[in-house]
Design a protein around this ligand. Sequence first.
Ligand code: IMP
Ligand code: MG
Length: 173
Amino acid sequence: MNDRVFGKVIFTQEAIKSRVAELGLQISKDYANQELLMVGVLRGAYTFFADLSRAVSLSIQVDFLMVSQQRVISDLTENIAGRHVLIVEDIVDSGATASFLKKALQTRNPKSVRLCTLLDKPYARKVAVDIDYIGFSAPDRFVVGYGLDYKNQYRNLPYIAVLEKANPNHAIA
Ligand code: IMP
Ligand code: MG
């Protein structure tokens, strides 16, 4: 049984597409003539990463890691020492995950570590974190789609929508 229902779509497919193109352009300018390793944070960033990496007009390299509750579940394959690293996240909420990740990667002596997130929830911040590239500022609501999940569902929606608790009166026991 599904205990959640959709609220409104807050970022349409078209809005995401045009914002991702802008971010790609900015990243391409900022890293021109530099070697860039884009690091996708699984699983939530997979859709954003695929689109953003193709909007970057540089010869980049890619790698992925998976984190959960401030622990690396699956680590990078690449050695990042001496390299420019751009972390690509789906959402910065409390800031705990992004802050942990930046610190963890900094200890490996990269040339630089920057952070790009599709969504930022500034009102939910508990741990301060500098974000270099932000797709959209999101309301302090639970959102799904375009990689973002609820119980590993809704990731394949091509847009981003608010997910609400279903009206308990309509719940099926
Ligand atoms: P943090 O609170 O900034 O550490 O975010 C932890 C993780 O919670 C993010 O990487 C997301 O996977 C997840 N998360 C936070 N807010 C949302 C949301 O609105 N929808 C889906 N996942 C979320
Ligand atoms: Mg996640």
